[in-house]
Design a protein around this ligand. Structure first.
Ligand SMILES: Nc1nc2c(c(=O)[nH]1)N[C@H]1C(S)=C(S)[C@@H](COP(=O)(O)OP(=O)(O)OC[C@H]3O[C@@H](n4cnc5c(=O)[nH]c(N)nc54)[C@H](O)[C@@H]3O)O[C@H]1N2
Ligand SMILES: Nc1nc2c(c(=O)[nH]1)N[C@H]1C(S)=C(S)[C@@H](COP(=O)(O)OP(=O)(O)OC[C@H]3O[C@@H](n4cnc5c(=O)[nH]c(N)nc54)[C@H](O)[C@@H]3O)O[C@H]1N2
Ligand SMILES: [Mo]
Length: 752
């Protein structure tokens, strides 16, 4: 319920990807945000919001790049000036350009993948809007998968026969089940409450840290964080420092101990899996002369052989849950640790038991581990896309650089489309893509680039037509996420900043010019759409036995908690499979968990053969040389969501360049003091950073979070510290074609 303190000053609640919060407004301005009372661990990401919403880096007016406007220049993107135009003129120009491209080259010359997190709020979801709009004018080239889990989405269905996102969001143990049953929690890549601050669409009660407090107090529960940084798991967890990209070697060695010490659960393998006999000779070294023993793995992963043996025995003797962070598959050959974790869990025989088996992405987002009844609905219909072409999301630069060239993905071969126009709304590729200098080159290829954005991000600055979009605080919406048990009416807290318009209104304006206004809007305004989507949701929830208040009641109340937390967890597909492997057979070719896959083997990919194998990436500590001796990991930032609201954060004195965590030994060897300005570089690019020395990171590894806005092109050193000038832009393999963001070697030098 809104509180009006004075006619000028109001306090209302809204929701975001990082949670709900109260917003204090005075007239047209947001002056303060405050925690939401129901949230046990509110995110501080919100603190910067008042400064960000009113920041001078907002796009205030529709803007067209001068070189493009005057002579259709493609070379000056990012270095040119912009001409502000009235809305009507800017929309006319954008509509004419869309029309020209589709008539000359067909809709398959328009790339509208537009990957990105945009904002919470169900109707004004920028990606749904841009996709719906482009479909209404004849379609577009789309992208599929995500930077988060693209590789896992390709490999895991072969193993468990289920969509990876369904596995992750619908079928994993709740924190409560883990607390009650798990004795050994083995966390590859950690579980980090820092990352659980966010969840797509929102997370209202931040629970991850609280559950870890309970785990620590549970007699006999062991919590083992395996990875390059102690800080990837809460304080108090054991830390097994591991070289990045070597997890598969460690998992193989754990499996070798199980197999050679008679600890493998043979009955489980016989009843629930296929292909162990094809994998075993590799494990034991019969096929390649290399037993995957702890002595073999120790120098690869930096964990000593005795520790590996002890851990394997403990995992076999106790109820063990292996968890694997998404980060492990955001690297070259990311398929391998994902598949191998399933093989290891199968050998332990605990898949389908409460608190046992293998789980993915715990901690990556705040919604995983919440046990909730699922409710569907509240999604804008995106229409039908007549253009059949879709690319793996992280292959954007490849696509632009290699039109009509073939690429492989998961057993099929396709040709990259020939893109003439790119439309982006709700994402920041010049933050999120790997090897930004390569993307910069690729970005000179399209004839026209249109971007809807609230802020002058690195991507907006590199567009030809920039249309200013509202933020969620400037429009009404419904806030709701599938992994959350709250429902919000998100009020319009302030009027649009500058001349910003809702994405919906921008697209309605374009649709009108292109003769599809009715198809796009269906005759509804924003209020009409909110009521329409809401009533569908209310009906389907009602059918599922969940009462939802009427639209006007929710608007009045601002938020409600939904009664969708069950007393006991619903059985997962894996527990049903365990109970009845024939009746609940998996949707794999064998109906079982596939430790060897005939399908994958049949693809004939050397970079992803028929069973998991140790395949070192092209850049990791095992391949380091003098020019680039350090492994760079680029985790998610703790103080923000990706690159959002970055300009306001960057205003703080000393905040930029971004902070690079490095081990004191590596710093000493280079004469770098704590807080020193450094240059991080490799053959792809360079950026500045501020060194923070810490013994919590493995020597030889440096960590630079994502999210700084890539500076001016042409500068050979990015002054803000965006790690993606350094990362490698190759697919994880021909199978998954995911992002390889965590694959990069660098050198660091003090800057005078
Ligand atoms: N090196 C490295 N790179 C990575 C990763 C990594 O681990 N390492 N992680 C990757 C992953 S997993 C991800 S998900 C990506 C994230 O990459 P993105 O999702 O592209 O990052 P965001 O900064 O969230 O971009 C969202 C943009 O949408 C804008 N926006 C917000 N609301 C609206 C709206 O209502 N309308 C419009 N038009 N725009 C809006 C924001 O201002 C922002 O610029 O980064 C990837 N990049
Ligand atoms: N605060 C905040 N939270 C976020 C986001 C954000 O922008 N801000 N973004 C969200 C998004 S879109 C996503 S996809 C998730 C991502 O969730 P994750 O993929 O789990 O997170 P990352 O931060 O990329 O990586 C976690 C840790 O993995 C470790 N690591 C890197 N490589 C390896 C390796 O080879 N082996 C092992 N064992 N460890 C390795 C690094 O030390 C790193 O700190 O986070 C989400 N949460
Ligand atoms: Mo992500």
């Amino acid at each position: 319920m809104s509180r009006t303190e004075t006619p000028e000053r109001q306090i209302r609640v809204t929701s975001s990807h990082w949670g709900a919060f109260e917003v204090v407004t005075e007239g047209d301005r947001i002056v303060e945000t405050r925690p939401f009372a129901q949230d046990p661990a509110p995110s501080r990401i919100t603190d910067i919001l008042p400064a960000a919403v009113h920041h001078h880096s907002r796009v205030h007016r529709p803007s067209v790049r001068r070189g493009w406007l005057e002579r259709r220049d493609r070379s000056l993107r990012g270095r040119d000036e912009f001409v502000a135009l009235p809305w009507d003129e800017a929309l006319d120009i954008a509509a004419q350009e869309l029309d020209r491209v589709r008539k000359t080259h067909g809709n398959e010359a328009i790339f509208g993948g537009s990957y990105g997190w945009a904002s919470a709020g169900r109707f004004h979801h920028a990606l749904s809007q841009v996709h719906r709009f482009l479909n209404s004018i004849g379609g577009y080239v789309a992208s599929f998968g995500s930077y988060s889990t693209g590789c896992a989405q390709a490999i895991m269905p072969h193993v468990f026969g289920v969509n990876f996102l369904k596995y992750s969001y619908g079928s994993q143990h709740s924190w409560r089940t883990i607390h009650e049953n798990t004795e050994t929690l083995v966390m590859f890549g950690g579980i980090n409450p820092k990352n659980s601050q966010v969840s797509m669409g929102g997370v209202t009660e931040h629970e991850t840290g609280g559950w870890f407090d309970r785990f620590m107090h549970k007699e006999g529960m062991r919590l083992v964080n395996i990875g390059p940084q102690r800080t990837d798991a809460p304080d108090g967890c054991e830390w097994l420092p591991l070289r990045p990209a070597s997890d598969t070697a460690l998992m193989l060695a754990l499996a070798w101990v199980l197999e050679t010490e008679g600890l493998t659960d043979r009955a489980f393998l016989a009843r629930y899996t296929t292909g162990f006999e094809r994998f075993r000779p590799y494990l034991l070294g019969e096929t390649d002369g290399t037993p995957k023993s702890p002595d073999w793995a120790a120098p690869l992963c930096g964990v000593d052989a005795g520790t590996i043996r002890d851990l394997a025995r403990r995992m076999a003797q106790t109820r063990t849950l292996i968890t694997v962070a998404w980060s492990l598959q955001r690297a070259e050959h990311g398929e391998q640790p994902y598949w191998m974790s399933a093989v290891l869990a199968a050998m332990l025989g605990q898949i389908g038991l409460p608190g046992g088996g293998v789980g993915y992405g715990y901690g990556a987002i705040g919604g995983i581990g919440k046990s909730l009844k699922r409710l569907s609905g509240l999604a804008l219909d995106q229409g039908r896309n007549p253009v059949g072409q879709v690319i793996p999301v992280a292959r954007i630069a490849d696509m632009l650089l290699n039109p009509v060239q073939p690429y492989d993905y998961n057993g099929r071969r396709a040709l990259y489309p020939d893109i003439r126009l790119v439309y982006w709304a709700g994402g920041n590729p010049f933050h999120h893509h790997q090897d930004l200098n390569r993307l910069h080159e690729a970005w000179t290829r399209p004839e026209t680039i249109i971007v809807n954005e609230p802020w002058w991000t690195a991507t907006a600055k590199r567009a030809d037509i920039v249309l200013p979009a509202t933020t969620p605080y400037e429009r009404e919406d419904i806030g709701r996420a599938n992994l959350d048990d709250y429902l919000f009416f998100m009020p319009r807290l302030i009027p649009p900043v500058g001349e910003a318009r809702n994405d919906y209104d921008i697209f309605a304006g374009l649709a009108e010019r292109l003769g599809v206004h009715e198809a796009y809007t269906e005759g509804r305004d924003v209020e009409g759409w909110l009521r329409h989507l809401y009533s569908g949701f209310r009906e389907s929830a009602g059918a599922a036995g969940v009462h939802i208040p009427e639209f006007d009641t929710l608007r009045e109340r601002n938020w409600v908690q939904l009664p969708i937390r069950p007393e006991v967890d619903a059985p997962s597909f894996l527990s049903r499979f365990r109970d009845d492997p024939l009746g609940h057979a998996l949707d794999t070719p064998s109906g079982r968990i596939e430790l060897f896959s005939e399908t994958i083997d049949g693809f004939g990919y050397a970079d992803c053969p028929g069973h998991p194998v140790w395949l070192p990436p092209s850049e990791w500590l095992g391949a380091a040389d003098e020019s680039a001796p350090l492994h760079l990991v680029s985790p998610q930032p703790g103080d923000k969501l990706h690159s959002q609201m970055e300009a306001a954060l960057a205003d703080t004195e000393g905040a930029r360049p971004e902070t690079l965590v490095m081990n004191p030994a590596d710093a000493r060897a280079r004469g770098i003091d704590d807080g020193a300005l450094v240059r991080v570089h490799n053959r792809r690019g360079a950026c500045l950073a501020r060194a923070a020395l810490s013994a919590d990171i493995l020597p030889g590894v440096v960590a630079l979070p994502t999210g700084a806005w890539y500076g001016d092109p042409g500068e050979n050193t990015d002054a803000n510290g965006n790690p993606n000038v350094l990362t490698l832009d190759v697919g994880t393999s021909r199978l998954g074609q995911g992002s390889s963001a965590h694959t990069a070697l660098v050198e660091v030098r003090a800057v005078e």
